[in-house]
Design a protein around this ligand. Structure first.
Ligand code: BGC
Length: 492
């Protein structure tokens, strides 16, 4: 039976992706803020030469507190989303972000106020990063679920890119004007306000409603989302399928964090989700997003704001390709191909960086630098069109609903933990092994291929309930799962 897809469901998923925009915007703004003279003068430390700069510790704290906040926020998102609903959970995330923004913008001289503000905003970003993919995957029809959940990543990249552009714009304000940083941070307020208010007009997740005994509302919501009458056979089929799953899951009794590791293939999937998200970070993408500036300066591109804009634009543009690939080729193949491609790019990047970049006289070889930029962009092309979006997609769809929110939260926490570790330790590692660091990321990209091949199931074209059955079916192996989809009537 062909699925009916309403404009509402597309709007719902794209609109909820605004949560990704907030995530991206907040990630993107910080690299520029710490370079703005007025921000440095107010929150940095006076240097012997009369200028202001951040000590490593102070800068590290301002940058990293967001990651710590997001880590706590994504774990908080699960119980809030399970108890109050996905929709109120998203709205509470926006509220945290708004409060965090106000705390930061109202800072005058106290650097720790900015740090606390970033922690609070991070709580909001973390809650959104758990709840947006859950909300989207629970509402989306199976035939375009991959693309719709990928819009989350599209908006992350759009948010990063927008922040880079706004940073570039506000960096032209007077060096003694607070507008330099207040405008950039303050604009973030707007995105959270739009999402928080807009959510009042969108329906709650049908799976959450049925789980909470609200069958009538669930039926009405599904009918709106599938654009059909409430007694339409497709609605009945969906309700029946969700109901059966819920009943089976109730047999497991009340759920807590330990439940993520108990029950059929639960531990397997929770560890797999955490592994996939860890690997998404270990591909090394944020090495380019956080430290691209210094790499590019080797080739004569001196303005760090321009550097960021180039990387941000490649990242944003290539994510569109991911939206297409995820439905055309499924999840497994693009993830493996993407990992192989990124492995190759990092290998070349590290070789050139280590053996050819530095001339004997201490200057840098601009041709080697140019080659490194090309391979950095080729890397981002592969990341944005595969692991960037698909890590979120596969994690959003692999869990049964009884543990979905908590297991996704654990996987997301793994993403933020590795994000933090890589961003924090990169300067130290680069300091001691230089561009050979690229070989570490190359090895991780390579390791990602067998992980996907041996453990991840193909989920394209299946309902979330069918995905669960497939994971629990001892006859189906990950490497045969794509053919199983066809046999089970999934879409090619
Ligand atoms: C990752 C972020 C990264 C971003 C880049 C996201 O999927 O989780 O860490 O900065 O993609 O586009």
């Amino acid at each position: 039976m062909a699925e009916k897809i309403s404009g509402l469901v597309i709007f719902l998923c794209v609109f909820a992706s605004m949560g990704g925009f907030i995530f991206g915007y907040d990630t993107g703004e910080i690299s520029g803020l710490t370079q703005m003279p007025d921000f440095q003068r107010r929150f940095g430390q006076l240097q012997p030469d009369g200028t202001y700069a951040f000590s490593n510790v102070r800068e590290g704290l301002i940058v990293a507190l967001l990651s710590i906040g997001t880590l706590c926020g994504c774990l908080l998102g699960a119980p809030v989303g399970d108890r109050l609903g996905r929709k109120p959970g998203l709205q509470i995330g926006c509220l945290f972000f708004i409060v965090g923004t106000i705390v930061q913008v109202s800072a005058v001289w106290a650097w720790y106020q900015v740090m606390i503000g970033r922690y609070i905003a991070g709580l909001g970003v973390g809650m959104l990063s758990t709840l947006v993919p859950i909300y989207q995957s629970e509402a989306a029809p199976k035939s375009i679920r991959g693309t719709l959940v990928s819009t989350y990543q599209l908006f992350i990249t759009f948010g990063i890119f927008t922040a880079y552009l706004i940073n570039y714009g506000t960096s032209h304000a007077s060096n003694t004007s607070t507008a330099q940083w207040r405008v950039t941070i303050g604009i973030g307020f707007l995105w959270a306000l739009i999402l928080g208010i807009g959510m009042f007009f969108l329906p709650e997740s049908p799976r959450f409603l049925l789980n909470n005994g609200e069958e009538e509302r669930c039926r009405r919501t599904l009918a709106r989302l599938r654009k059909c009458p409430i007694d339409d056979p497709t609605v009945n089929v969906d309700i029946k399928e969700i109901e059966l799953k819920i009943e089976a899951e109730r047999a497991f009794g009340p759920q807590n964090w330990l439940s993520c590791f108990k029950g059929p293939k639960a531990a397997y999937r929770t560890f797999l989700g955490m592994g996939i998200q860890a690997l998404q970070q270990l591909t090394g993408a944020n090495f380019f997003f956080y430290y691209g500036t210094s790499i590019f300066s080797a080739t004569g591109v001196q303005n760090p704001f321009v550097t960021s804009i180039i990387l941000g634009a490649v990242n944003f543009g290539c994510t569109f390709l991911g939206l297409y690939l995820v439905e055309r080729f499924g999840r497994r193949k693009p993830l493996m191909m993407g990992a192989a491609w990124m492995f190759m790019c990092f290998l070349v990047f590290a070789f050139v960086g280590y053996y050819a970049l530095d001339n004997a006289d201490g200057t840098q070889n601009s041709q080697a630098g140019a080659a490194m930029i090309v391979f950095a962009c080729l890397f981002i092309l592969a990341f944005a069109s595969t692991w960037g979006c698909m890590a979120w997609v596969v994690v959003a769809e692999m869990f049964p609903s009884r543990i979905r929110a908590k297991s996704i939260a654990l996987a997301t926490a793994s993403n933020w933990t590795w994000n933090f570790l890589i961003s924090f330790f990169t300067p130290f590692i680069i300091g001691s092994i230089g561009f050979r660091y690229g070989f570490v990321f190359a090895a991780c990209c390579f390791a990602a291929i067998p992980v996907v091949y041996f453990f991840l199931y193909e989920t394209k074209g299946l309902t979330l309930e069918q995905v669960d059955e497939m994971y629990c079916d001892p006859e189906v192996k990950p490497w045969t799962s794509s053919t199983t989809i066809l046999e089970r009537g999934g879409r090619r």
